[in-house]
Design a protein around this ligand. Structure first.
Ligand code: SDX
Length: 388
């Protein structure tokens, strides 16, 4: 290696930044060893049992639980943003009927910026406004994209329903059961933030160039799409459907192990024990399954979980169900088609992404890591006519 470019000592490369701390954050604590998750110091189990998604969004954005007046204010402002601009609604009809839903969402969530007067303003107050418009806007967009794909009439937002219930009302065109409404709110609370996961880190890298909130959220949506991250929920449901019946779980599992297939919804970069969100979502899914005419999907998932957890391969690698394993079932029992699952993840995570963009802009340092060059040594140019 040429002396001029030789490093004093070869730097250590950590693929995937595994285990590397790249910044501090005050938003969420992911305790992988003990299977605990805290938003701004509050255990998600208490937030899920006692609060709503609106309360969690306020906590993530403002750093504290809202008092009654603050809660009423954030609910009213989120309700106002449920109504989408007319021209944007017309755009929804311009994409081909079979457009992949997350491709449509990536397009329209970005377009929403055109109607946001604060879209180019990175101040905290402006970005708090962006956060509310995006959080309500993505829910209305998802419902309307579904209504267009299924050739059903559009359903206008209601002012008397909370965020989770209004979304299900706009999606299905009818009031959800109380159990479904609570399961939806629970899903939104549990998926709202999770440290520097791939999509959140993508949002922070984008924000670190001093780009705007909408660009950061659009970039995060692109990162979420991958099957190793947000795409796993859809993959997990399709996996349960591939198994088809509780009787087929064992033979399917044996074959999957022989083929070294990844079991979707299992394993996590940080949790080396049960994902605390999965524990809660499992009970929400059980309750919905008991009320539904298709309890077999929960039976399949629980049986597959038991087989995996009792298998040495998973035990040695400390692989447990993650949020998507039972999150997929909750969303299925809420009547959402699998092709919308990744966007359902985004429906919740948009609150966390926005909180991280605000935190990044509040104390910014351009995120620009190094790469260890292992390509060809410096060499002279060869004219075209002399190349073999
Ligand atoms: C989310 O980061 C976050 O916080 C994400 C998230 C969030 O809220 O934002 O929690 C949401 O994305 C949850 C993860 C959803 N993805 C999946 O369920 C896809 C299936 N899971 C795996 O692909 C995997 O577990 C990851 C991607 C989630 C984590 O993988 P790592 O940390 O990179 O671990 P790895 O791929 O290096 O695997 C370590 C070992 C390997 O075996 P060996 O090389 O040691 O022989 O475990 C094996 C892997 O083959 N392994 C699996 C497995 N997951 C890991 N084997 C079978 N099935 C699996 N699911």
């Amino acid at each position: 290696m040429n002396k001029q470019v030789q490093q004093k000592e070869t730097p250590k490369v950590v693929k995937g930044l595994e285990g590397i701390y790249v910044a501090t954050t005050e938003i969420s604590l992911v305790d992988g060893e003990n299977g605990r998750l805290y938003y701004r110091g509050y255990d998600i189990r208490e937030l899920e049992a006692n609060g709503t998604y609106e309360e969690t969004a306020h906590l993530l954005w403002y750093g504290k639980l809202p008092n009654k007046k603050e809660y009423d204010t954030i609910c009213k402002r989120l309700i106002n943003y449920r109504f989408l601009p007319d021209n944007l609604l017309q755009m929804l009809h311009l994409l081909p009927q079979g457009t992949v839903p997350i491709t449509a969402m990536r397009t329209f969530i970005s377009a929403l910026a055109a109607w946001d007067p604060w879209a180019e303003d990175n101040s905290r107050d402006a970005e708090l406004e962006n956060a509310m418009r995006l959080t309500s806007g993505i829910a209305s967009l998802l419902a309307k994209i579904h209504r267009i794909r299924t050739r059903q009439p559009m359903v206008e937002p209601r002012l008397d329903l909370n965020h989770a219930t209004n979304f299900l009302y706009m999606f299905h065109g009818k009031d959800p059961s109380p159990e479904a409404a609570k399961a939806m709110d629970s899903f939104l609370i549990l998926y709202a933030d999770h440290g520097f996961n791939a999509s959140t880190f993508t949002a922070r890298v984008t924000a670190s160039t001093l780009s705007d909130m909408y660009s950061a959220i659009t970039a995060a949506l692109g990162a979420l799409k991958g099957p190793l991250h947000g795409g796993a929920m859809e993959a997990a449901m399709r996996q349960f459907q591939e198994i088809g019946s509780p009787e087929n779980v064992e033979p399917w599992f044996r074959k999957a192990m022989e083929e070294k297939r990844r079991i979707m919804g299992i394993g996590h970069r940080v949790y080396k024990t049960f994902d605390p969100r999965a524990r809660i979502l499992k009970e929400r899914a059980r309750a919905l399954a008991e009320q539904s005419s298709e309890p077999q999907w929960f039976e399949i998932a629980e049986k597959l979980e038991q087989l995996a957890l009792s298998h040495p391969y998973f035990q040695e690698r400390r692989l447990y169900p993650n949020v998507d394993y039972y999150g997929a079932l909750v969303v299925y029992y809420l009547g959402i088609p699998p092709e919308f699952y990744t966007i359902m993840f985004a429906l919740s995570r948009v609150a966390g992404w926005a909180a991280h963009v605000i935190e990044q802009h509040a104390d910014n340092r351009l995120i620009r890591p190094r790469a260890l060059y292992v390509g060809p040594e410096p060499r002279p140019y060869v004219p075209l006519e002399e190349r073999s």
